[in-house]
Design a protein around this ligand. Sequence first.
Ligand code: NAD
Ligand code: WQD
Length: 337
Amino acid sequence: MNVLVTGGAGYIGSHTVVELLESGHEVVVVDNLCNGSEVALSRAEEITGRSLVFVRADIRDRVAMDAVFAEHHIDAVIHFAGLKAVGESVEKPLAYYENNVNGTLVLCQAMEAAGVRRIVFSSSATVYGSEAPVPYVETTSRGTTSNPYGTSKAMVEKMLEDLVAADSRWSVTLLRYFNPIGAHPSGKMGEDPLGIPNNLMPFIAQVAVGRRDELTIFGDDYPTRDGTCERDYLHVVDLAVGHLKALEARHESGVAIFNLGTGQGVSVLDMVDSFVRVNNVPVPYRVGPRRAGDLPAFWADATKARDELGWVAEKTLDDMMADTWRWQSANPKGYEN
Ligand code: NAD
Ligand code: WQD
């Protein structure tokens, strides 16, 4: 298949590009590099021994997107491009609606014009909202989102559902990721956040490598096993394989929604302890106040992905820790090295 990967130079996109190339698909990446790196794409080529096409463009640029579809015979789109920082979205809501919602709108208009009606979209567990019963299951309706980032994901899901309702030739797969972490086992690709990491795993890795002094654990008075929040962390390579399975298993039109997670809740303290145990490096931490908006605990019911896509998360928490450290210790400054 010829697959257009938007946001393919980013964290999850670049790992998915590797899986696509290894499975024999042809890949065209469109990325504006606002949070991605061309080095990630060279590394993907190095790992797989195959080449891809890279177009530096913004998905909101209709002329550029039309040119991509005119120049390449695209069979399907995996759509990662977007902004993803929850805190920033509260401060700059319009940037999030512009990039995530309008960007997807322009992409779909270009797809429609080119007669390409197959899309796999990067959605998020955040669309379940704070009231959903745990574990989250796809039959639960979208809930009330608590920040513009989450709202932008819910809006795009709804837009894509409306598209299918209007034209049944569209095939839309909404993948709701839980907490992707880890890195490619080669140590050549991983997460490379700009500035201070918002997320737990890259923060732990940067403390371990000496870029930050200590981790602050946001609260230890939650109603959980050890008082810290629990999340469903899954290995980015498992997540990447999930995209491949979604692409290869779904041939029918319509909308399908899948949770991609392990089905296990892991606490913040568990995360720190496993990182230290597996990698034998210290991670100093202190406990601070709760972070606004954090839910105590949630994880996925991932049985639908298993039953319908034949996908299960295979890698262990220890794999996630070892692969994160292999990447971070070999690339202390990320792709800048
Ligand atoms: P990322 O920031 O590493 O990758 C996104 C890529 O999209 C970057 O390379 C960026 O340069 C590019 N991009 C952004 N806006 C663009 C635009 N307008 N035009 C072209 N390129 C653009 O993020 P990621 O962690 O790889 O996430 C990928 C997708 O998965 C995002 O849509 C994100 O919201 C979603 N998601 C991520 C997580 C997570 O925890 N990482 C969880 C759930 C969902
Ligand atoms: C995990 C746990 C923190 C940093 C976010 C988005 C979500 C999705 C994935 C895109 C929480 C704690 C964190 C730190 C800490 N993204 N923590 N110290 O919040 O579950 O999910 O990323 O869709 O929408 O909200 O992930 O990695 O930020 O936090 O104690 O320095 O680690 O409080 O309990 P989160 P996270």
